[in-house]
Design a protein around this ligand. Structure first.
Ligand code: NAD
Length: 252
């Protein structure tokens, strides 16, 4: 069954939209009729992603920017520029993120700050910048990328699960705070997903991980993007404050 136009006329911003899960989200949103502004860490990577999307479908309505999302002023200026051009922002996906696996003994303060700046503060910055526009237009949808490690922690690289626990905290708290303004706030918690973030793992390790997953495989970016599409669409109009696991029932 082909479902079309679930996001017709919607204006969406997707951070970390240049590759991996973010790119798949951008693809899904465009397929369903949204106009997407993707954010990358560099303008060149944003342009490369746009060229790839236009090679798939020249009709896609997609542009790209590269603000420093760890800096509130930069984010506020960028959202103001987007609203000037598009008049509104309906959907914000806070997806950009990095991981690290250092043991506590080797973890540098700079690395801990870096992971918190991107995985937590950037989510807060983008949400803070977009919320007034969503409140004034009377509706909005914010979806954050969490992780399955936000449920279990992990045995090394404590900064990464700590950052995703914080993402869940922002999601649940802001759903309660912003509901009165008709802004829904949810998160998707992916399991191990085939992107650059896991490309460094040897294939035999991926096979071992897959064997422990009840559905027998790791996730593909499109599996995760489908959950974002659902939460962004009118089908999820009464869902807010949810952390939706998309992990094949992984248990660790
Ligand atoms: P990826 O490395 O393929 O993509 C990361 C994205 O974040 C890229 O678009 C990149 O441009 C952007 N980014 C990185 N540093 C940035 C910076 N300083 N400023 C702005 N943007 C920056 O990774 P992915 O696997 O697609 O990860 C996307 C999200 O999914 C992350 O939040 C990650 O924590 C989460 N996640 C991934 C997995 C997995 O197994 N791949 C599992 C659970 C959660």
């Amino acid at each position: 069954m082909i479902i079309q136009d679930l996001l017709k006329d919607q204006i969406a911003v997707v951070t970390g939209g240049t590759r991996g899960i973010g790119y798949a989200i951008v693809q899904k949103f465009l397929e369903q009729g949204a106009t997407v502004i993707l954010f990358g860490s560099r303008q060149s990577s944003a342009e490369a992603a746009i060229a790839k999307l236009h090679s798939e479908n020249p009709e896609y309505s997609v542009t790209g920017l590269a603000p420093d999302i760890t800096d509130l002023t930069s984010v506020e200026q960028t959202f103001s520029q987007i609203v000037k051009e598009h008049k509104r922002i309906d959907i914000l996906v806070n997806n950009a993120g990095i991981s690290a696996r250092d043991s506590l003994y080797d973890y540098s303060e700079a690395d801990f700050d870096k992971i918190m700046d991107l995985n937590v503060k950037a989510v807060w910055n983008c949400t803070k910048a977009v919320a007034p526009y969503m409140r004034d237009q009377g509706s909005g949808c914010i979806i954050n990328t969490s992780s399955m490690v936000s449920l279990y922690g992990q045995p090394s690289g404590c900064g990464y699960p700590a950052s995703k626990f914080a993402v869940n905290g922002l999601t649940k708290s802001l759903a309660r705070e912003l509901g009165k303004d008709h802004i829904r706030v949810n998160a998707v918690a992916p399991g191990v997903t085939r992107t650059d973030m896991v490309a460094a793992l040897p294939e035999d390790m991926v096979s071992r991980i897959s064997a422990d997953i009840p559905l027998g495989r790791i996730g593909e970016p499109v599996d995760i993007a489908n959950a974002f599409l659902f939460l962004a669409s009118p089908l999820a109009s009464y869902i807010t404050g949810t952390i939706l696991s998309v992990d094949g029932a992984t248990q660790v």
